[in-house]
Design a binder for this molecule. Structure first.
Ligand SMILES: NC(=O)c1ccc[n+]([C@@H]2O[C@H](COP(=O)([O-])OP(=O)(O)OC[C@H]3O[C@@H](n4cnc5c(N)ncnc54)[C@H](O)[C@@H]3O)[C@@H](O)[C@H]2O)c1
Ligand SMILES: [Fe+2]
Length: 403
């Protein structure tokens, strides 16, 4: 058995190499349209790109509540033909993605427009990659395994959380293996995106809260990452400030368009931070809560975040204090450890305010060793966390979330 200290040195050296790659590699950004109504401007841009037939990838709930109505009207007016695939559910599976690919081929579509939360956008990314890469989805898991550039992809997020419209990632669920695995490749970044807060005013408070806490987790984990860069720090701080100021308003008053638009920028900035700097143990554990119990991604992050930050705080006190400062939490005479602790307390307070519990009801004691094993495997080979934990520590941390 290799001593834990030696293992950590190995992970750290792997992450240093990753930082070198990420520093030099160009990360594309989508051409961006923003503001209420910007989704229709994106439709115009798509028509200018000479797309004959578009596949709209979405979830059936959004079709049902009429969220696609104006988009469809606009595409028709512009003469852009389209087919709709609305078979995506939260935590999209390999099967849902493969079914989407069948529709794309049957309808002879040449480009994809994703409309929805992270689930439809992630699924659309993988459909676009599968359309040009004749290989199993499972063989694209991990980093830089999408060899041929995907089919042109456009994205309209309808939640302010994942920031999938700008990230290099797509998360795919495999219920049979009880696994949720990220595919990460700069080729997955959509060509164009619209941040249209007007599409988010009907998002129910509990989804607004959970998705907003996902964005906050992205900002925080990217900021405390050992692979953070000056650029990612700027985005992470801006996202944290915007979320602290606007998320409570967006949850309490969903129709507040200013708060909605601010949240859609916050989610975009947080994603720009984590797509380079990476995330950490919160995501590694929460991906497994999603895989084992289908816990909504943002909700899982919100529950896990305070426990992981308590574990990490002595290794990133200065950074947590800075996040507390931009959140408006500094009091006169505060020293860094106090301000850092207050930032973690504020996250717990927000959870309480949003009705998010401090434990996970579905969590089974007997699953904890496997959840910890999977989480550590994901984190240690992908994320540059500020403080490392071993299997026993991770199991103990997860046990705190037993209800
Ligand atoms: N690609 C990335 O970088 C990245 C980052 C973080 C998370 N993820 C993944 O994204 C997925 C989660 O995405 P999500 O949190 O955005 O949620 P989601 O897409 O799963 O949607 C959650 C629910 O919200 C509903 N909804 C969405 N927009 C709505 C609107 N405007 N009005 C009313 N209802 C609406 C949906 O119908 C659905 O029932 C997970 O699979 C997660 O792992 C991806
Ligand atoms: Fe996330």
């Amino acid at each position: 058995m290799i001593p834990f200290g030696v293992q950590v040195a190995g992970y750290q050296s792997l992450m240093k190499t990753l930082k070198g790659v990420v520093k030099t590699l160009p990360f594309p950004k989508p051409t961006l349209f923003s503001g209420p109504g910007s989704s229709l401007e994106l439709c115009e841009a798509i028509s200018q790109m000479g797309v004959h037939k578009l596949l709209i990838v979405t979830d059936s709930m959004l079709v049902k509540i009429g969220l696609l109505g104006d988009i469809e009207k606009k595409l028709k007016a512009l003469g852009v033909r389209y087919a709709i695939y609305d078979g995506i559910l939260p935590d999209p599976t390999v099967e849902q993605i493969e079914n989407g690919l069948k529709v794309l081929k049957r309808e002879r579509c040449q480009a994809i427009l994703a409309v929805g939360g992270g689930s439809p956008i992630d699924a659309a990314k993988v459909i676009a990659a599968r359309a040009t890469n004749d290989k199993a989805i499972s063989s694209m898991e991990g980093m830089f395994k999408v060899f041929t550039a995907p089919m042109p992809l456009y994205a309209i997020p309808t939640t302010a959380g994942t920031g999938s419209e700008v990230t290099i990632a797509a998360v795919v669920s495999d219920p049979k293996r009880k696994k949720k695995s990220p595919i990460m490749d700069p080729k997955l970044v959509p060509m164009m995106a619209a941040l249209d807060g007007g599409l988010m005013t009907g998002l129910p408070p509990h989804i607004t809260a959970a998705t907003g806490m996902d964005a906050l987790t992205h900002a925080v984990e990217a900021y405390i990452s050992a692979n953070a860069l000056p650029e990612t720090d700027g985005y992470a701080l801006a996202a944290t400030k915007l979320i602290m100021e606007n998320l409570p308003r967006a949850v309490a008053k969903g129709k507040d368009l200013k708060a909605r638009q601010a949240m859609s920028f916050a989610s975009y900035y947080a994603a720009l931070a984590f797509t380079r700097a990476g995330v950490g143990y919160v995501h590694a554990i929460s991906h497994n809560f999603g895989a084992f119990y289908h816990t909504p991604h943002g909700l899982a992050n919100a529950i896990v975040m305070p426990y992981v930050l308590d574990f990490s705080k002595n290794s990133c006190t200065r950074k947590l204090a800075r996040l507390g400062e931009v959140s408006g939490l500094r009091k006169k005479g505060d020293r860094q450890p106090k301000l850092a602790a207050r930032f973690i307390d504020r996250i717990r307070e927000l959870n309480t305010e949003f009705g998010i519990p401090d434990g996970l009801e579905a969590l089974e004691k007997s699953d904890i060793p496997a959840i910890a094993r999977n989480a550590l495997k994901e984190a240690h080979y992908t994320y540059a966390v500020p403080r490392y934990m071993d299997q026993r520590t991770c199991e103990k941390l997860i046990s705190k979330m037993l209800v």
